[in-house]
Design a protein around this ligand. Structure first.
Ligand SMILES: *Cc1c(COP(=O)(O)O)cnc(C)c1O
Length: 613
């Protein structure tokens, strides 16, 4: 004990840790002390009574420990004293060496420059060198005994333990993280399991990622990300986040930011621009329901490109930026799909899917599984790579494309080639993609962190519209990912086939994954299909696939028609309700004029934040 005390005294303190904060970091922390003094005069062991076991007492006391803990020692099932002691030391060391968990960028080839911490990369999004941020030392690994213990935990608990390992407590304390995670994965999800795994057919399982408020897997990231973002933003200013969207991102991001806590909503706002004729009817209704408060949408009588260009122009307009800063202490910001805080929460559901299979006895810990993912920006697939790095035995990650198959072509040939490629409109629009931004993180990972190579490749993509990786690198990549694509007919036929066999209705993206999995999976281990959207979101195409005699015009009628196939239990209540509410009110449309858009930005800032002076 004396050795430990000496070691603690001589240990260098991290970024914000002072001897004072350090003293409180041992588990249980200062909270227990306070608790003991104030409340427990007579009965020192709370809850102790005749016949109450130590296990029950500890279970009861956990809530009090958790109220004040500064850092957690997570023990696995069956850990002995030595293992626990070692873990305590490791956790303490991590707690006070907060400077050690830094981020690097995928395009960096030397190590100069200020160290970047979690809070920095969340606020910055894109790195100044054009690369994407990744943890400098990779991902923390959990041990088998720890995963096995997590199999019994709820989704929120799994998320909390996994995220605590990936976010230093100095950046977000476990208490703050718990409140964020509870807010993110609570009653707003229609399934108490948040991301349940269901058996489909034979060795195939479906990971349902669509039970959130906007019915796509983007909710899993975007119910949490705004909270992390607001937490990391400096306190001095108001922030207006601008997003241009042509798809599912809009509603998910609106829902996430509108659910921030009161004190954050007063200083963090979100404005989404979308093309009036460039989104589906359902997507439009999902967005236009948000038109007050700190998160709003405005449709523009133009295309997606105009919306995106206008936002970029606003960031570069120094007189606008200066005016907003002086008048309203307001800063413009973005929150796009390459943000680290968007990717990280997605690691959790891949781990959770494996733990569910473990819990149900389908696999034993260590058995491998394959996952098949409808892939666009590669965020979902990349988070599966990270889950694997944390110790989840994922064998192959199968990236499924529709006819816009630039990614699956890349995985089979090593050539990423945009020349002559035009986006073809499909029934699975969320994976209609040319530039797959998170792929950069994967190439960085597969090349063993060769920032110079990544920079060359992506500069070549910008200049020559293509790049090619070496045979060696391709081989390494293909040890982890496979690719495949399916036609539009295949996609719709798959929906019909699955429905006929099982009564289960898939959305068009999940169907792409299913069609590809059926073709490339070798059936030597179970396979998890990532279901990234509820079928109601893509109702017209799904009704067509189910050979519905007629497809009603209005989304609400379409959803009702679908429930005549799937039954009321397959209806997405939150989706239905949000469409119902939005359908009763007109939405704001604006002319495709830069000045008009900046006026909207200023009006929102005036309305949303208090004037600085
Ligand atoms: C965004 C989205 C995808 C693509 O996910 P990535 O992480 O960009 O690969 C797939 N399916 C649906 C329904 C989506 O909304």
């Amino acid at each position: 004990m004396r050795d430990l005390a000496n070691w603690l005294k001589s240990a260098p303190f991290g970024r914000y840790a002072t001897p004072e904060t350090f003293r409180t970091c041992c588990v249980p922390g200062r909270g227990l002390g306070r608790y003991n003094r104030e409340a427990v005069q007579v009965n020192r062991i709370v809850g102790q009574g005749d016949g109450v076991s130590m296990r029950d007492i500890l279970k009861y006391r956990k809530q009090f420990y958790e109220k004040w803990l500064d850092t957690r020692v997570f023990c696995g099932r069956g850990d002995d004293v030595e293992v626990v002691t070692e873990k305590v030391l490791k956790v303490l060391e991590r707690f006070h060496s907060s400077n050690s968990e830094t981020f690097t960028t995928t395009r960096k080839n030397d190590a100069i420059g200020d160290p970047k911490f979690f809070s920095d990369v969340v606020v910055e999004g894109l790195a100044p060198d054009g690369g994407l941020y990744v943890p400098a030392k990779g991902f923390p690994k959990l041990e088998a005994s720890e995963w096995i213990r997590l199999a019994d935990a709820s989704y929120s608990e799994r998320a909390l333990i996994i995220l605590e390992k990936c976010i230093h407590p100095v950046d977000v304390s476990p208490l703050e993280l718990r409140s964020m995670v509870d807010q993110a994965y609570g009653k707003n999800f229609a399934s108490e399991f948040v991301a349940p795994v269901k058996h489909l057919l034979e060795d195939q399982y479906v990971l349902e990622l669509f039970h959130g408020p906007t019915a796509s897997f983007k909710d899993l990231a975007l119910q949490l990300m705004p909270q992390l973002f607001a937490h990391c933003l400096p306190q001095m200013c108001n922030y207006l986040i601008l997003v241009a969207t042509s798809g599912d991102t809009g509603s998910a991001v609106l829902s996430g930011f509108s659910r921030l806590k009161e004190s954050d909503r007063e200083r963090v706002g979100l404005l989404v621009f979308f093309p009036e004729d460039g989104v589906s009817h359902i997507q439009k209704l999902q967005m236009t329901g948000f038109k007050e408060g700190n998160a709003r949408s405005i449709s523009v009588l133009s295309d997606f490109d105009f919306c995106q260009r206008s936002i970029k122009r606003m960031f570069g307009d120094s007189s606008l930026v200066g005016h907003l800063a002086v008048e309203y202490a307001a800063v413009l910001s973005t929150a796009n799909s390459i943000n680290w805080a968007r990717l990280l929460p997605q690691v959790v559901y891949h781990c959770s899917a494996y733990l569910d299979l473990l819990k149900s006895g389908t696999i034993g810990f260590g058995d491998q599984i394959d996952v098949c993912i409808p892939t666009g920006n590669f965020g979902n697939a990349m988070s599966a790579v990270y889950a694997k790095q944390m110790g989840i035995p994922i064998r192959k990650i199968i990236c499924a494309s529709n006819q816009n198959c630039v990614i699956s072509d890349f995985i089979s040939t090593g050539r990423y080639d945009l020349r002559g490629r035009k986006l073809i409109v499909s029934n699975s629009p969320a994976i209609d993609i040319l530039k797959s931004s998170n792929l950069e993180r994967f190439i960085y990972h597969a090349s063993g962190g060769d920032g110079g190579l990544v920079r060359d490749l992506f500069q070549s993509l910008e200049k020559q519209q293509c790049f090619r990786v070496s045979e060696n690198l391709l081989k390494t990549m293909r040890q982890e990912v496979h690719g495949g694509w399916c036609s539009e007919e295949d996609c719709l036929a798959t929906i019909h086939k699955v429905y006929s066999k099982t009564g289960y209705i898939m959305d068009t993206h999940t169907a792409v994954a299913k069609a590809v999995a059926d073709r490339v999976h070798d059936r030597t281990c179970p396979l998890v299909l990532c279901s990234t959207a509820h079928h109601g979101k893509f109702a017209p195409a799904v009704l067509k696939a189910l050979r519905s005699p007629n497809v009603p015009d209005h989304p609400l009628e379409q959803l009702k028609a679908l429930s005549s196939f799937g039954g009321p239990e397959q209806m997405h209540e939150a989706l239905y309700k949000s469409l119902q509410e939005a359908a009763c009110q007109p939405h704001t449309m604006c002319q495709p004029d830069f000045e008009v858009l900046t006026d909207e930005v200023e009006a929102m800032i005036q309305d949303c934040f208090l004037k600085a002076r």
